[in-house]
Design a protein around this ligand. Structure first.
Ligand SMILES: N[C@@H](CCC(=O)N[C@@H](CS)C(=O)NCC(=O)O)C(=O)O
Length: 224
């Protein structure tokens, strides 16, 4: 669906909010060494940025545009990382392809990152962290806190024997999962992390490109 508001452009462009899922895309753009444009907004942009919903009818972040005439318009953070890894892999090979034996694992971790590890956190966010005074739903937040813990099992088992998720090297899958773990630290869910998950996240957050990406928009931190 082409949005006429998006004019022809030269560089990939990201609409970003500090510490939100758009951080996945920003981190991938930095790790891949891509020259990009960025619009940093206060969260949530559906209320803070006039006409944002005319640009992205979902009103969510990330929103991403690429292609000669801005014809590529994406809203799903993991899909955008997947797209960037494929399109720009000549710059830095952070992907696996179908000929690689670990390709199934690679895709599984990509989808696992948001559908399994981020989804339960959005309910803890909604009903504990962002809940207006007097309308917290403690039971809902507690239930999904427990749901998140149970879903960490597969990652914890894998990291007992590996430093990264695929092919014993850093890939886009580590960016997708890394963001889910970073979000968990913002919600104090990292108290549930096994030592190997804590060590893995530390390794990822010590990457200069993560630190560079994570610092962008700090002045608009919704938690401060
Ligand atoms: N499915 C999208 C989720 C996008 C999404 O819900 N983003 C949140 C921030 S992490 C958002 O924009 N929330 C504010 C809102 O919905 O107004 C993805 O995978 O990136």
């Amino acid at each position: 669906m082409k949005n006429s508001l998006v004019t022809a452009k030269v560089k990939p462009k990201l609409w970003h909010c500090y510490n939100s899922r758009s951080l996945r895309v920003l981190w991938a753009l930095e790790e891949l060494g891509i020259d990009y444009d960025i619009e940093t907004m206060a969260f949530p942009p559906r209320y803070t940025v006039e006409k944002y919903k005319e640009l992205n009818s979902l009103g969510t972040v990330p929103f991403f545009v690429d292609g000669e005439n801005g014809e590529i318009q994406m809203t799903e953070s993991v899909a955008i990382c997947h797209y960037l890894g494929e399109k720009y892999h000549s710059k830095n090979n952070l992907i696996l392809s179908v000929v690689d034996s670990g390709y199934g694992d690679y895709l599984n971790w990509l989808y696992h990152s948001d559908a399994t590890l981020t989804f339960p956190q959005t309910l803890v966010l909604r009903y504990r962290a962002f809940a207006a005074k007097g309308c917290t739903q403690q039971q809902t937040a507690d239930d999904y806190d427990a749901w998140f813990v149970a879903r960490l099992t597969r990652l914890s088992e894998h990291l007992l024997h590996h430093d990264y998720l695929c092919a014993e090297r850093f890939t886009i899958a580590d960016i997708a999962i890394g963001f889910s773990l970073h979000l968990a630290t913002l919600l104090q869910l990292d108290r549930h992390f096994s030592p190997q998950i804590s060590a893995y996240l530390m390794r990822l957050k010590n990457r200069p490109k993560f630190q560079r990406a994570q610092a962008i928009g700090k002045e608009l931190d919704p938690f401060s």
